[in-house]
Design a protein around this ligand. Structure first.
Ligand code: ZN
Ligand code: ZN
Length: 346
C-alpha cells in the first residue's frame, strides 16, 4: 500500500533548494548496484520480526518501490542471529547478481550486540536500503545511522525524505517489470556493507576504546571458518572470514606480542565496503580490541589506516580519519602519543 506524498510537495521543494545550495549533495548510490525493477520480493525471517517488518514497511510505504513479503527465501532475505563479536551490528550482502542487478541479497542484524528495538529496526532499515543500491548518507535517517549519529534515536532508524528522493532518482527509469542492466560492477567492487557496532568519532575516542594500538605489517592471509546461520528450514547463510597474520613494527599501547592474528569478515571475493581484503606486505596503523578466541578485531574501518608511500590512507570513507589522508606516519605518531598521554592523565 502506498501513502500519498502529495502533501509533502512543499517540504520536497525546500529540500531540493537546500540540496542545490549544498555542495555535498549527491545521489547516494552504493556502487552501481540496483534492483531489477520497482517491485522487490522480500522475506522477513527475523526473530525481531516487528522491527524488521517496520523497516520493510518504511521503504514500501514511503518510496516508489513496492516491497512485499513472499514468505520464502527470495531477492531480499531479512533475518538476524548471534554472529558473535564480529565488529558489525548489521551486514548487507549481495549473494548473487547479474551485472549491476542484485538478484539475491541478505540483510542481517547481529543480535550478539544486543540492539535495542529501535536500533534493530534502524539496522534492518539500513541493510535493506543497501540492497536497493543506496550507500550511507548523512541525512538524519537510517542510511546514516551508526555512522553519523545514533541509529536507535528517532529519526535515525527510519526512512527520511532524502532516501525517498534517492530511490526516486535511482528508479526513475525502472518500472514494475524486471529489466536487465548491461552495466557491470567495477573489478573488486564491494558486495557487502557493514553497520559497525562502534565507530569512534575522534582520535581520543579511538584511543579510549582500543585494547591496543600498533603499526603492523601483514605477513599472511588465511581462510577462517565461515560464519553460518540457518535461513528458514532448508538454507544456510554463509559469511566467509579470514585470519590476517601481522608482525608488529611499533606498539603505542597494549601488550601485544610480536605477532598476532586479526579476525576479518570477508575474503578476496566477498569484499566489504571500507574493509576490503588485506595483502601480505601491507602496513597499517591498527586500533584493536581483543576477541575471546585470542584473535583481534579492528572494531570499525576508523581503526584501519594504511601506511603507504603516499602517506596514510584511511579505510573509512568518512569520519574523523578522513583528515589523516596523506599525512606522514611520523606526524600521526606524534598526535597519537599526545592522545595517549591525555588518556593516561584522565
Ligand atoms: Zn539467501
Ligand atoms: Zn550500512
Amino acid at each position: 500500500m502506498k501513502r500519498s506524498i502529495r502533501g509533502t510537495h512543499l517540504a520536497v521543494a525546500f529540500i531540493v533548494l537546500a540540496m542545490a545550495a549544498a555542495p555535498a549533495a549527491e545521489a547516494h548510490d552504493w556502487g552501481c548496484w540496483v534492483q531489477a525493477s520497482r517491485t522487490v520480493q522480500a522475506w522477513n525471517n527475523s526473530t525481531m520480526k516487528a522491527e524488521a517488518t517496520a523497516a520493510i514497511n518504511d521503504w514500501n510505504n514511503n518510496t516508489v518501490l513496492s516491497v512485499y513479503d513472499v514468505g520464502y527465501h527470495t531477492t531480499i532475505s531479512v533475518f538476524d542471529g548471534y554472529f558473535g563479536s564480529t565488529g558489525w551490528g548489521g551486514l548487507a550482502s549481495i549473494e548473487s547478481s547479474s551485472g549491476c542487478v542484485i538478484t539475491h541479497g541478505h540483510a542481517r542484524v547481529n543480535l550478539s550486540y544486543n540492539p535495542s528495538s529501535n536500533a534493530a529496526q534502524g539496522i534492518f532499515c539500513q541493510e535493506v536500503g543497501h540492497l536497493f543500491g543506496l550507500t550511507h548518507s548523512n541525512d538524519g535517517g537510517c542510511m546514516g545511522g551508526g555512522y553519523y549519529y545514533d541509529i536507535g534515536t528517532y529519526p535515525g532508524y527510519s526512512v527520511v525524505q532524502h532516501n525517498i528522493d534517492d530511490i526516486a532518482a535511482k528508479y526513475a527509469n525502472l518500472g514494475y517489470s524486471p529489466t536487465t542492466s548491461p552495466a557491470q560492477p567495477a573489478a573488486g567492487a564491494p558486495v557487502a556493507s557493514a553497520m559497525w557496532n562502534y565507530r569512534p568519532t575522534s582520535l581520543q575516542d579511538a584511543v579510549a576504546n582500543a585494547d591496543a594500538v600498533v603499526v603492523a605489517t601483514v605477513t599472511g592471509v588465511s581462510a577462517g571458518p565461515d560464519l553460518t546461520m540457518p535461513v528458514g528450514k532448508d538454507d544456510v547463510d554463509r559469511i566467509p572470514t579470514q585470519r590476517i597474520a601481522f608482525g608488529v613494527q611499533e606498539s603505542f599501547t597494549g601488550d601485544l606480542e610480536d605477532e598476532f592474528a586479526l579476525f576479518h569478515t570477508g575474503n578476496a571475493k566477498y569484499i566489504l565496503d571500507e574493509d576490503g581484503p588485506y595483502q601480505a606486505g601491507q602496513t597499517y596503523v591498527l586500533f584493536l580490541t581483543h576477541r575471546k578466541d585470542g584473535t583481534y578485531l579492528v572494531s570499525s574501518p576508523e581503526g584501519r589506516i594504511a601506511v603507504t608511500s603516499k602517506g596514510l590512507q584511511p579505510a573509512a570513507e568518512d569520519g574523523f580519519t578522513t583528515a589523516l589522508k596523506g599525512q606522514t606516519l611520523a606526524k600521526f605518531s606524534a598526535s597519537l602519543k599526545k592522545a595517549l598521554r591525555a588518556q593516561d592523565e584522565h
